[in-house]
Design a protein around this ligand. Structure first.
Ligand SMILES: Cc1cc2nc3c(=O)[nH]c(=O)nc-3n(C[C@H](O)[C@H](O)[C@H](O)COP(=O)(O)O)c2cc1C
Length: 223
């Protein structure tokens, strides 16, 4: 797949076929993705790749936490200020997902079920958890880890795999440590659900908009 095509085609996938992704394929994708750049080439990332019974247990325990009303760890990207265009875009995304899924705004039960799907890694057969050693100040390495995150999502497309970056997938950090075997000395940054997309799932039809370039860019010296 051409790079421009991959960038245009990547989208968040929120339902996957049950087919497992072989370890060898995930290794191939990750080895390529490790070409991602990082400041001073410090490569401040580590990965936990979960699948099979380990991931199933994490899903089950996540569901227990969620249904038990636990709030979980705040994920990066959450907590957007009210009355901002950013919050507006977040609301627009939810409206569009719920429209595709036929979930009414006032249907609290279905909305909760939708949230629950996220804690289930959208039924993905594998999840990649991005980690950083405890000695690293997270604010200083998030750009690097973000570059790896996007590179993984793009590389996956070359093998017909879909992904969803998921802050939600790392909200219950104790679950990931206990049942995913993630050591205490590794900071848990974010997760990527990965698998073969279920293209008949309505939410996978989503086409998220982007702000026009002219509204978010300053150009100097081109006159
Ligand atoms: C840091 C980060 C965290 C995200 N967390 C979630 C999440 O918890 N649940 C979810 O459904 N999507 C999550 N997403 C996906 C975004 O909603 C998605 O990227 C955005 O709506 C743009 O849509 P697209 O990925 O289809 O282009 C996350 C994306 C990023 C970059």
């Amino acid at each position: 797949m051409e790079i421009l095509e991959a960038i245009q085609n990547r989208k968040s996938i929120r339902d996957f076929k049950p087919d497992p992704v072989p370890r060898e394929l995930l290794e191939k994708i990750l080895k390529t993705s490790l070409r991602a750049p990082s400041g001073v080439n410090k490569q401040p990332w580590e990965l936990a790749v979960l699948a099979g019974p380990v991931l199933e247990k994490v899903k089950e325990k996540n569901a227990e936490e969620f249904l038990g009303g636990q709030k979980g760890h705040k994920s990066f990207g959450s907590g957007i200020g009210r009355d901002t265009v950013y919050r507006e875009r977040q609301v627009d995304l939810a409206i569009e997902l719920f429209r595709l899924m036929g979930i009414a705004r006032e249907d609290k039960e279905k909305r909760a079920q939708w949230t629950g799907r996220g804690f289930n890694y959208f039924n993905a057969p594998a999840a990649i958890i991005l980690l950083a050693d405890e000695c690293l100040p997270l604010q200083r390495v998030l750009l690097d880890i973000g570059a790896l995150m996007q590179t993984i999502c793009l590389t996956a497309l070359a093998y017909d795999l879909g992904t969803c970056i998921e802050g939600q997938g790392v909200m219950f950090q104790d679950v990931l440590r206990k049942f995913g075997g993630i050591p205490e000395n590794k900071q848990i940054v974010t997760s990527i659900a990965i698998g073969y997309p279920n293209w008949s799932f309505p939410a996978n039809e989503i086409e998220t908009p982007r702000e026009n370039l002219e509204n978010i860019s300053l150009w100097r010296g081109f006159e």
